[in-house]
Ligand binder design. Structure first.
Ligand SMILES: N[C@@H](CCC(=O)N[C@@H](CS)C(=O)NCC(=O)O)C(=O)O
Length: 266
């Protein structure tokens, strides 16, 4: 059972914090059973600490750890976390409501990754992904009829995204305005284009899918696709490549869509 730690408010308000509301909306949207513990502001630290929930960083004045609400514990997985964003990420992972739309693409593109990496990267990728998927990457890549079937599934998965985007009044998810969710989709397409090979017959087919939506999206986003090379060697290594945008993006779509187009297996 999940327990949500809420910040108390006078009756009949009971709950007001926007951060707690974010966590509650996700729990309710996903129809996950949970109970709420209502905590007065001064008790947030002692109550969440007693529940084994780690602090959410340090207090601004540096005087000690900062314990915040919302926070959750999940008995079924032994998880104890605070921060509405981390909670949303955790719930997406532990209780996925949507299928991972990118998953059908994996057998087509992951086996290609070592081929575009430098030697040490390729060795690392082959070894770690073979352990993760329980077989060597080159045995994952379908051929012949099986490959055609995987492409059919991949097109169907992109069709779901196409349907979402069709509801928009503009070329992006939110009309004329680019939001993070567009970057999530286009980043996946960009990687796919590199790995499948832009001059391959397969990629040419992808460009025709859904009225050319993906080709058009890539072209529209090309102005944001510049890459600076000078930090590539010195930059601190960070394997969380799907977190490269770093800051929390306020798009209302993000937490839910991110999981459905998750690249965390990449
Ligand atoms: N980034 C956090 C912010 C949570 C936060 O700062 N909560 C505040 C109330 S809005 C809190 O619990 N403060 C504890 C305190 O002031 O002692 C989130 O999204 O959950």
């Amino acid at each position: 059972m999940i327990t949500l730690y809420n910040i108390s408010a006078k009756d009949p308000i009971v709950t007001f914090s926007p951060n707690v509301w974010k966590a509650r909306y996700v729990l309710n949207y996903k129809k996950i059973a949970y109970k709420t513990i209502h905590v007065e502001f001064p008790n947030i630290e002692s109550v969440t600490k007693n529940a084994g929930i780690p602090p959410n960083g340090m207090k601004r004045d540096g005087s000690g750890p900062y314990y915040t609400a919302p926070a959750i514990t999940d008995d079924s997985t032994g998880t104890a976390i605070s921060d509405s964003y981390k909670i949303a990420e955790y719930l997406d992972k532990a209780y996925p409501a949507l299928p991972n739309l990118a998953a059908p693409l994996w057998p087509l593109i992951l086996p290609r990754v070592p081929g575009i990496l430098n030697e040490e990267g390729a060795e690392y990728y082959r070894r770690t992904r073979a352990a993760r998927f329980g077989k060597p990457l080159d045995q994952m890549e379908p051929v012949g009829e099986a490959r055609k079937q995987v492409w059919v599934k991949a097109e169907a998965a992109m069709g779901q995204i196409d349907r979402w985007m069709s509801k928009s009044s503009g070329p992006f998810f939110m009309g004329e305005t680019v939001t993070f969710v567009d970057f999530v989709v286009v980043a996946m397409l960009k990687a796919m284009k590199i790995l499948i090979g832009e001059s391959s017959e397969e990629w040419k087919e992808v460009e025709k899918w859904h009225g050319g939506r993906w080709k058009n999206l890539l072209e529209r986003m090309e102005s944001y696709a510049s890459v600076d090379m000078w930090m590539s060697v010195e930059a601190e290594s960070d394997s969380r490549c799907d977190d490269e945008f770093g800051t929390r993006v306020r798009s209302a779509y993000r937490a839910l869509l991110r999981s459905s187009i998750s690249t965390s297996d990449f």
